[in-house]
Design a protein around this ligand. Sequence first.
Ligand SMILES: [Zn+2]
Length: 432
Amino acid sequence: MVRSRAGDIAQSEIRRNNLSRMLSELHLRGSLTRSELAASLRLNRSTVASLIAELAARGLVWERLRDKPAPQPTPGRPSPVVEICREGPAALALELSTDWIRAAVIGLGACVAVSVRKDLSLASSTPEQALDEAHDLVGSMLGRLDHGPRLAAIGVSAPGAVRAEDGYVYNAPNLGWRDVPLGSLIRSRFSDLGVPVFVGNDADLAACAEHMRGSGRGTADFICLWGEGGIGAGIVVGGRSLSGAAGYAGEVGHMTVDPDGAQCHCGSHGCWETKVGEEALLRRSGRDPNGGSAAVADLLEAAERGESGALAAMAESGRWLGIGIAGLVNVFNPSRVALGGLYARINPYARQALEHELGRRAMPAPGAMVELTTASLGADALLLGAAELALAPILRNPAIVPLSGDATVIISRRRARPPSYGWTLAPAEARR
Ligand SMILES: [Zn+2]
């Protein structure tokens, strides 16, 4: 029988999709037996065996016997578990924040091999100076590893409006950076690593990580508000990240809430950020608005002691948070909203005022169903999200990793796409 070329292409597309589903399942859920994989992917055992063999040949997964016997032994041979291979391809994750740089090597399955942090004010650095610092930090970090990681790509979290296509930063108001070709600057500063670079907005990446592994798990409509200096949002709609036409979506901090309000770093007046950002909070409490993370820590200690000025400042931030979140609830009808970064830390003191305002202003139906929570991955959300961005091409198509398992040359520099989160949801949970 002669098979048609179209039939061959369809078969290879089905196999590519099944490899992606299997690797993604292991990436999210950790160890699974062959039978568990067969059940969750709805595939027969021989297909599962063949897919595992291919992923193993590409150095992405391996099989081992369980450390302990299963609680209820089943007849026949013990079933080995399939796991992400820790020596497999990894991302170099970089976080550029207002007051620090962090770097980590993170593999599939969110395995963090090493992470480092250096405190410095990026607002007083040029992009080139910041990248020199980041390069030194990464060099010392990689020097601490016994074996050189198989770096596949660099994922970078930046606190600004980032063009997804090439990592161009149109505006990072809290760093004072405008029109910075960050992606190409990083490519040339880190050319010694010889891997492609993907840059994302910090709140989008935090939302990605929280949606996959943290407070947004199991939801298809989720908003993660992220505050460190400014405020941004990562918005997941129907299981997919909302990126907009070029990747700039989610700049909720620059919604106007007071047309005659104070000037914002973005150049406009009365943005939501001027009411709920770190500077506004510190100013209200009588502290230096540019005091950064040290001043915030001092404010939190004062609130802990019950100091009335600190508590009032946090309650006012909570009130303005509730006003903005009510608008987001009315527009997007999320089932869950998570408060991350600064907003997770002030949550105990701001929550009551926030809920009061949200209750007054959200429309009854979406307001009644939304669950308010705090981000659960803590400060690691940005680095984990940056790693997801860098590793997304492998998860979409594991066959790009050569059978030799050499991950250093596998990801092409074709147009970057933000990670798609559709596969994090079981079919019944996804609405489409
Ligand atoms: Zn603004």
